[in-house]
Structure formats: C-alpha cells, structure tokens
Design a protein around this ligand. Structure first.
Ligand code: F0G
Length: 462
C-alpha cells in the first residue's frame, strides 16, 4: 500500500495534555493492573487505542448543541431533533434512543430469542454475543472463510457466507433461528466491510425462511464509505444514499452511537415500520431498562449531540480522512513486514499476533501478549480480539479457539495526528524486533463467567 496521509478536514481548537510515563513506570503499572489493560488508568496511557467507542472528539457544533440540549423528561426538543435525523438517514419508521449499543441489544434480543434457539451473524461483537447467551440462545458466526486469513487482501471480508448461513438455518430448523444479525462493519473480523450485494443476499435468505434481519450498525458510515469506494455501481452515489439503501435490507437495527455518530455516549434502536406490536414491546422494555422512550437513558444534551454527530459521521471528506488514517498506518506496517488483517478495515488496524508470536499457542493468548508489549514499549493501550476475548464455551467451560489472534489498534475519531500514528508504527517495529525473545504468553488467574476480558486477572507464564 502506498504511503499517503489524507490531511485533516478540521483544525484543533482545544487540547488535552498527555502524561508520559517512563518504561520502568509502565512495567510497574501493567503488573499492578494484573496484565489486563482495562485495569490501567486512562491517564497512564500515552496513546489510548483500547477502543474507538465514545473516545471520539466532538465538533464545535456538537459542543454548542450540548448547551442547547433540552432536558425535558418527556418530549424534549432534542429528542425530536434526533428522531428526525434518524428517520432521515436510515429511512426507518421508529427510532428509539438508548444509552449505548448493548442497551439496544438488551431491549431487543430477548424479544426474538429464548432457550433452545439460535442467532446467526456474520460475526457477533462480544456484547451482542453475550446478550444472545443471556437470552438463553446460542450464537453462531458464519463469516466468509477469507476473513480468517489476514493475508488475503479481498474486498468486503466482513461478509456473511450465505451458503453456510442457509445450511445452518436448515440444520437448526428455521423456527429455531430467532434472528440473523449483520454486523457492519464486521468489528471482530477487523472492521471489515460488508457489501451491498451480501446484505441483499442475506436479506433474501431471511425472507425465504421468515427470519427477521437485524443490522448491528455501530460503524454504518464507515461501511457505506467502503461500498462507495469498492463496490461496482456505487462510486457516484452519495454516502447518505448508500446508507439508506443498506438499511432497507434490514428489518431493525441496534446501534452504538459511540462510534460513527461521534458522541461520547449514546445508542439507537430502529424498527423499519412505524407502528407495530414490536414497537410497543420495544417501548415497554425501554421504559423498564432505559427510561421513558423520549430519552432512553440519555440526557437531552446527549440526544442533541447525537443528532448532529449522525450527520458529521456521514460527511464524505471526513470519511476519506478517517479511513485514510488506517491506510496510512497500514502502509507503514507493510514497509516493516508486520502482518495485520488486510486490507485494512474501518476503525483500526488489527495486528496478526499469531504471526508475530508463532511460539505462543492460542491458550496463552498471543493477542493479549502483544497488547502488553505495546504498552510497555510506548504506553500504547490496545486490546485483544482473539481467544482471550472469546472466552470459554458456555456449555463445556473449555477455552474456545478463536479464528484469529489480533491485537486491535482502534483509532478514535478526530483525536490523534499523523505523528501519533508514526509513534504507533515505530513502537510496533521495536516490539516485532524482539518478538522472538518472548517464549511464553499469559495464563488467567481469575475470571468472571461472562465478558471475562474486561475483568480477568492474568500472569506471565515465564
Ligand atoms: N456492536 C458492535 C459491532 C460494537 O463494536 C459494539 C461496541 C457494540 C455493539 C456495543 O456497543 O459499547 O455502545 O454498548 N464496541 C466497542 C469496541 C466497545 O470497543 O469495539 P456499546
């Protein structure tokens, strides 16, 4: 990939100073955190790539919107502004704010799933997977095989394997499949996009077997950018138009607004039809779990910032710069021969830790090992997307083997500069140079039963 940086379509108005710890201090901090990067204090991370969720920089327009947020308990003007934006962008009849993506999952998934049932996805994100299991059902991933090989530079590696989807539906019995979920972009596979054609094919299969299709839409705008860039027939279409077309293939969506709607907190749930028994059930669940349906667990100022952020997230100049940052970082890794899920996806660079540490087996967590090394090297905080995150089989309690062992460098939106990206690339190059000196990975010394990666304690094996 050619080394090129797309200049920022903004300038910086407020700055946040960063603390810089010494190497010895970082070694101490990560040990005190039980080698779990979620236990580090944010201020102890020089470059925080743990997530692109809620860590984004809001614009001056959004901050101005915060002041204008209407805090009425019911029917605030900020709510109506958000609903109008949601309907305009997604073309859905019913839009429900919630406090974040997993809240939408908690409200929606139990309405379709129960004991003995299945939900099928291209790939479930971990909270969505958890909510499938909490509803009593079992999650099944059917991503295309190419996604599992980081070296295959195929377009739309986030796609569902439609043959496998249909086979799985027939095997489990269509009545037992409560929901199909399309995660766009496919976070766990490396922020890889899903094509319009694939969305259409999955929608056709869902219609054939009368299974509802839910879009997990956290990174919908980045997905639309890739369709415009890479899918035949979309080059001359506006991103907004592409978004509306994408959503027509779904029946409903859950969305963490902390990503592409560029807010620090918020989520949405959308239902295609305006009024239906489903909408009533969503409202009822929302009022029990989130709050009255016109605020859904958020302050009026959050609703206002989200309404504005939804439009900023689909701005085409912003998206070119945004994906350009990933492409720039990837080009530096190409030069250094560091493997990552390629081609680079939407919200980060997913380093192939299994290739960096072939000597470390999946049950010693190569992804987590690399995350720890990067923190020690340069104070860069990342997270494992591999066997450590996947956890144990809910039925046998045995460690599952993930399809890949990634360390995810998630890039927050509008936050870091080109020199930060260079610092990240330089750190990775140093870590790679001494990769052969690390003989063993880590073991878990304590873990909770679900979503363990957030809380588990680890210890080095050597
Ligand atoms: N779906 C996807 C695809 C996600 O990436 C996330 C969150 C969620 C749902 C849940 O949303 O955090 O607002 O409750 N992903 C973050 C991440 C946490 O770091 O990838 P949430």
């Amino acid at each position: 990939m050619e080394r090129k940086y797309v200049a920022e379509p903004f300038r910086i108005k407020a700055v946040e100073p960063l603390k810089m710890l010494s190497h010895a201090e970082r070694v101490k901090k990560i040990k005190e955190a039980n080698y779990n990067l979620f236990h580090l204090r944010g201020e102890d991370c020089y470059i925080d790539l743990l997530t692109d969720s809620g860590t984004n920089a809001m614009s001056q327009t959004q901050w101005a919107g915060v002041m204008q947020g209407d805090e009425a308990y019911a029917g605030s003007s900020s709510y109506y502004k958000l609903i109008e934006a949601g309907k305009d962008i997604f073309d859905y009849g019913y839009i429900q704010p919630v406090h974040q993506g997993r809240a939408a999952e908690k409200v929606l998934l139990p309405l379709f799933l129960s004991e003995g049932m299945f939900a099928i996805s291209n790939m479930f994100f971990d909270t969505t997977r958890a909510h499938v299991i909490l509803a009593g059902a079992r999650p099944i991933d059917c991503v295309i095989e190419e996604a599992k090989n980081p070296h295959i530079r195929a377009k739309f590696k986030g796609n569902m394997d439609v043959e496998k989807l249909e086979k799985t539906i027939l095997e489990k019995g269509s009545d037992n499949v409560g929901l199909v979920v399309m995660t766009i972009t496919n976070n766990s596979a490396g922020g890889q996009p899903v094509s319009m054609k694939n969305l259409q094919e999955v929608s056709d299969i869902c219609k054939k077997y009368k299974i509802p299709l839910c879009i997990d839409a956290a990174r919908f705008a980045e997905n639309a950018h890739f369709i415009k860039r890479d899918e035949e027939g979309y080059q001359d279409k506006a991103v907004k138009e592409i978004v509306r077309e994408m959503f027509q293939y779904g029946d409903m969506f859950t969305m963490s607004a902390k990503k592409d709607a560029i807010v620090n907190m918020g989520g949405l749930l959308g239902i295609k039809e305006k009024e239906s028994p489903l909408v009533l059930k969503v409202k009822a669940n929302c009022m029990s779990y989130e709050g009255f349906f016109t605020y859904g667990g958020l302050a009026g100022r959050d609703l206002e910032a989200m309404a504005i952020g939804l439009y900023e997230g689909i701005d085409e100049n912003y998206l070119k710069y945004r994906i350009g940052q990933m492409e720039y970082l990837a080009s530096r890794l190409d030069e250094a021969g560091i493997a990552y899920q390629s081609p680079v996806g939407g919200h980060g660079v997913f380093i192939d830790a299994a290739e960096m540490y072939p000597q470390i087996p999946y049950y010693e967590y190569p992804g987590q090992t690399l995350c720890i090394e990067l923190y020690k090297e340069a104070g860069i905080r990342t997270c494992d997307i591999g066997s450590y995150m996947l956890g144990n089989d809910p039925d046998t309690n045995k460690q599952l083997k993930a399809d890949f062992e990634f360390s995810r460098l998630a890039i927050p939106r509008r936050v870091y500069t080109q020199s930060h990206l260079d610092t990240i690339a330089d750190a990775l190059i140093s870590v790679k140079k001494r990769a052969h000196t690390i003989q063993q990975g880590y073991k878990i010394t304590w873990e909770p039963p679900i979503l363990r990666h957030f809380q588990a304690h680890l210890a080095p094996l050597s």
